[in-house]
Design a protein around this ligand. Sequence first.
Ligand code: SF4
Length: 372
Amino acid sequence: MYLAAKKAQNKTDLKSLTKEDLTSYLEGLELASYRSDQVFQWLYQKGASSFDEMTNLSKDLRAKLNELAEVKRISVFSKQESTDGTIKFLFQLDDPNDYKVEAVLIPDFFPDGAANRLTVCVSSQVGCMFGCSFCATGKMGYFRSLTHGEIVDQVQIINELAEERYGKKITNIVYMGMGEPLHNYKAVVESAKIISDPLGIDLSPRRITVSTVGLTKQIKQLADEETGVNLAISLHAADDEKRNKIMPINESLNLEKLEEAVKYYFNKTEKPLTYEYLLFDEFNDTRQDAINLVKIARWVPSKVNIIMYNNVAGVTLKRAREVRLNQFMKILANKDITATVRRSRGDDIDAGCGQLAIREGQEKGKSLAKES
Ligand code: SF4
């Protein structure tokens, strides 16, 4: 694959261009503007990997594009399927370094067994530099950010499988796979635009959720851009001392700064947001933690997702016990906080994000985490 890419070195990868730039590029080749919609649809909706597949373009046009441009596309390297229906994909990037990223299809079923929600969790970077102590991806360090094309490819490929298997398209997308989405801001926003484009994946932005560890500048930028996507904050601890211990980013962007950004976001968008809170046994599951979380959940209208952690090899933090979860939930309910429990899925496969890639021998990259 790399040799082919090398040969095509001077060609323009059409999936590296935004929709506007793709239109300008094709206009520069003196193509009628409706052609750019056709090419866009081939690239992102139909998942074409070559110009020869674009059969509604003339032969001459395909030959011209073959000469000047290329279509990069990721491919499925391996798949693991859980007994609960969760499917984890390891994708091979079209990349000289042999990088791989993960994405997961998480189906929910009606009592009669038909598929209800089909959620896809996508990666935005190869590895991650934020070094959260509970996260398998954080242990890898950071290698590079994905292009918007590589992000949309994950969704397009999984969407095809969903249609084949369940007879329906995916219903929700969460940017909660490998990487910090707002650390790859431009590509993430562009990918969300393509995913919601009727000529792309055609999924409403209301069905797309971007998560962040709390990059305050980008949270405000997202609010200003009015993308319509939902925002989730990966909180995981409700005071600075505990958050510093498990999320190094909190040392520079603490809860006070996060509060300011979150209030800015809500004032601008009027969209409630979600706090993701992994419940760790005897670390952040005490009565005081719940009370601190209540205060945060009241900054602006929001809901809380309490997530039962998939234990990760080599991580001392462990999933909270049911009895502690129940006490924690009771406190939130008594304070009128909307909170749901997300049970871990895919327990029997490598469901902790980054585990598959680590197993495939990814080396260590850059990280904010202190070496232990
Ligand atoms: S939890 Fe998210 S931000 Fe933290 S290390 Fe993992 S991928 Fe990066």
